[in-house]
Design a protein around this ligand. Sequence first.
Ligand code: GLA
Length: 342
Amino acid sequence: MPNRFRAPGRVNLIGEHTDYNQGFVLPIAIDLACTVTTEPAPEWTVTSRQFGETCVLSENGVPGERKRGHWTDYVLGVVREFGSGRPPLHLTVDSAVPVGSGLSSSASLEVSLALACLEGQPIPPMELVRRVHQVETDFIGLPCGIMDQYISVFGRLGHAVLIDCRSQQSHLVPLPAGVEYVVINTMVKHALATSAYATRVAECAADAAALGVTSLREAVISGGRPRARHIISENARVLEFVAACERGDLAAMGQLMFASHLSLREDYEVSCPELDFLVDQAAQFPGVYGARMTGGGFGGCAIALVNAGDATAFEQTITDAYQGRFGRTPGVYRVTPSDGAA
Ligand code: GLA
């Protein structure tokens, strides 16, 4: 009987691009997950059900040194970190998280693979988060924050997780009833995405230095710098959103989502026409409380907070509108706040 390990993707409700600025984020783990099964094998090998491919990662049982510019780099990075010194495995990856959609397909892959390599050996959850995050920054080379790996491990059914990325502490935020979280996938990822991410990381560091603070988390005035202005205002919005959540104020939550989108579009400049269109359309739909882009931007997904009874009609309306405008069928997923990795 092969062993089976699972880690979810995520949707960030609010707090975008704040994680690598030591700020606040409020993601949920979702019911779309990556599953990895393991079987003993003579070499480290991986099969992806989605890519329909099997690849060998080791020679004489030792995982390779170098990246290949291929999806298996994530696997190799995790195997090097968590699998060295143990007998090789054949890993079978089956993921329901759409690849490259901004729903954290890579973190869910990395976390489930790490658990697979450990095969039930206990690990403190925060150590798991930090080491998987390190694979992403040091081996893959993406200077990302800690949100995606964190929520994939610490997600909780029915809750969002408020993460303070400076202290790396979090607390659970119960979510109000009567709403649906509708994720709409633009089905595009503009080429700019990866390079712009690194550029924003550098711009924020430069702004922090110019403002005389160690990170933009510490900044209170932006001095007219738009990137800093986004981070300062977004951190405040996360805390306001949590307060609105606690008093069940869906209208206020929705307005904060729209404000977040505007800030990401105007001050942070990580949106794109497809995402702006989805958010504008959502704003016109009576049952929608709020909507925004979610994740890194330049494509990927938007999330809408929708009155439960209106969600089906909303899905149809937004699908038709997007098809009419861009000639492409958007992916639409109604996600539920779910438990983290197991
Ligand atoms: C990507 C990164 C995260 C975070 C978001 C933007 O998903 O992996 O760490 O920075 O973008 O909020």
